[in-house]
Design a protein around this ligand. Structure first.
Ligand code: ZN
Length: 285
């Protein structure tokens, strides 16, 4: 004869299994494209997610913070991130990726192929090698599909061969298109190189623009804003950061064009949820 206690344990176990199954089913049926700009302090970390598929663009400066964010937005049974993109090898973009690569199964890593002498870059390479993660050198023409959405890399236009002095200069720039929705991600791309993007080859126009370089005055010119024509501008910067980001000059440029500004230091995580290709993605607060 089973004891009563034993019976309750089995009941509890079955209940738990049903709850997990219900969660998995609910999650798989509730597949909306989501674009989340994580509040990771002074740095960048953006996740594009659709059901079980995730693309992570940068990982912020700290592994602990980035892991907290992924734990919040990726269900616990999904331990794989399909694509990790490192826009450029600076601490505030790749620092958090090291713990992510240690703790999640990673499909592919795409970076701008710029080498660097920093310790964080050495750690980044080490984990890629140790876990035998496939590494691709990102450049113009590369397209990443996430169901009906497409992420197109539009910069750099060639694979880099040496160590650039300015690590920001060759940041990966990519545009996500999903029906009438579009998001432009610029890493820390500097103002003086923007003309390289002004070409008939690319349609820069985007509804949402991730402002370059945390809102530095030396990024995202008025001309660039004209080409992109965003409705919303996202600034990813840390509260009371020592760089004075976002710069008042940049905020003025946005104000002059009546672009709505959303800052991670003020709003925390900024999440867009896209119902379908026909409707505009909505911010969820
Ligand atoms: Zn940065």
């Amino acid at each position: 004869m089973f004891s009563k206690k034993y019976f309750y344990y089995i009941l509890l176990f079955l209940l738990l299994i049903s709850l997990i199954l219900a969660g998995v089913i609910w999650h798989s049926q509730n597949q909306k494209l989501k674009i989340i700009f994580f509040d990771v302090g002074q740095g960048d970390a953006i996740m594009i997610s659709l059901g079980q598929n995730q693309i992570l663009i940068d990982g912020g400066p700290s592994g602990q913070k980035e892991m907290e964010k992924l734990g919040k937005y990726i269900p616990f049974w999904d331990r794989k991130i399909e694509i990790v993109i490192a826009t450029h090898p600076d601490q505030d973009h790749i620092g958090g990726l090291i713990d992510v690569m240690k703790n999640y199964k990673i499909g592919k890593v795409i970076d701008n192929s710029a080498e660097n002498d920093s310790q964080v870059y050495k750690n980044y390479l080490e984990i890629i090698e140790n876990k035998k993660i496939e590494r691709l050198k990102g450049k113009e023409g590369m397209n990443i599909k996430i169901k009906d959405a497409n992420l197109a890399i539009i910069y750099p236009n060639s694979i880099l061969v040496n160590k650039p002095k300015d690590t920001n200069a060759d940041s990966i720039v990519a545009k996500l298109t999903y029906g009438q929705n579009s998001f432009l991600f610029t890493g820390d791309f500097p103002l003086e190189k923007e003309s390289a993007l002004f070409s008939d080859k690319f349609d820069l126009s985007s509804k949402v623009l991730k402002i370059s370089h945390h809102g530095s005055k030396n990024a995202t010119s008025a001309e660039f804003l004209n080409k992109v024509g965003p409705v919303d501008a996202i600034i990813s910067s840390g509260k009371n950061n020592t760089y004075g980001h976002p710069a008042s000059e940049l905020l003025e440029r946005l104000k002059a064009k009546k672009i709505k500004v959303l800052r991670t230091d003020e709003k925390g995580d900024i999440e867009y949820i896209c119902k379908n290709m026909e409707n505009l993605c909505q911010i969820s607060f």
